[in-house]
Design a protein around this ligand. Structure first.
Ligand code: SF4
Length: 225
């Protein structure tokens, strides 16, 4: 199997990969970030940058009790807000972004989370990954594929992209994945990256994607019988 096939072959393989993932994780995939409304989800996705969802879920109940809406975040004391979110990493940057994005939400959108890609990516700290998640999960609009560290790594291993750039990876995935799978591709690969295709220690011989994974086929062939 060529590492990077022509689009038609890649699309056929991508469809099979989606079916294999659906079969491997039949319990369905639910949102792992806890929130009660679109604003809380937006904040949680910002906090989840370079942080595990479980950690974010640990701190958000107290955070949202103290700062319940964009107006509270927009007028937050920097040091106090930083204290609530520091443990998610990148604390100073996230604090500045959350205050600034809350002010922009109030100025431009009446405090509501907008429903277009262009409006979302104009918010501080919001790139396409977050925007894709918020659009799909808060507004039911699927415009692209959310590319996080799992999607970036495993999509490359699967030979669905050769790029290291998130925007190009998303374009490659949009080209070959069935549109109906765009939203779930992120969820499936997060799950698969934790359970089977573990960074630095992929369990290829047990992987349900092996037959359609050029990296796995190569690795298993090298291992020999
Ligand atoms: S076959 Fe190996 S490299 Fe490919 S997705 Fe599975 S675990 Fe990852």
């Amino acid at each position: 199997m060529d590492a990077f096939q022509p689009l038609v072959a890649r699309s056929l393989r991508a469809s099979r990969l989606v079916s294999r993932l659906e079969a491997a994780y039949p319990q369905g995939l639910s949102l792992s970030l806890e929130s009660r409304n679109p604003f809380e989800y937006l904040v949680a996705t910002v906090l989840a940058t370079q942080c595990r969802d479980e950690r974010v879920n640990q701190i958000t109940p107290a955070l949202f009790a103290r700062f319940p809406d964009p107006f509270a975040f927009a007028t937050a004391d920097y040091e106090e807000l930083l204290g609530y979110i520091r443990s998610t990493g990148l604390g100073p940057t996230k604090t500045r972004n959350l205050i600034a994005l809350s002010r922009l939400l109030i100025e431009r959108h009446g405090g509501l989370v907008p429903a277009t890609m262009s409006e979302l990516v104009a918010l501080p700290g919001v790139a396409r990954k977050i925007a894709n998640l918020v659009l799909a999960d808060c507004h039911g609009v699927v415009e692209g594929v959310a590319v996080d560290t799992h999607v970036r790594r495993i999509s490359r291993l699967l030979g669905l992209t050769q790029s290291a750039d998130a925007r190009k990876i998303e374009q490659d995935l949009i080209e070959c994945l069935p549109r109906t799978s765009w939203r779930n591709w992120n969820n499936y690969l997060v799950e698969h990256g934790r359970k089977c295709c573990i960074a630095g220690a992929p369990r290829c011989t047990q992987c349900p994607l092996l037959e359609d994974c050029p990296t796995g086929v190569t690795l298993v062939t090298q291992l020999g019988p």
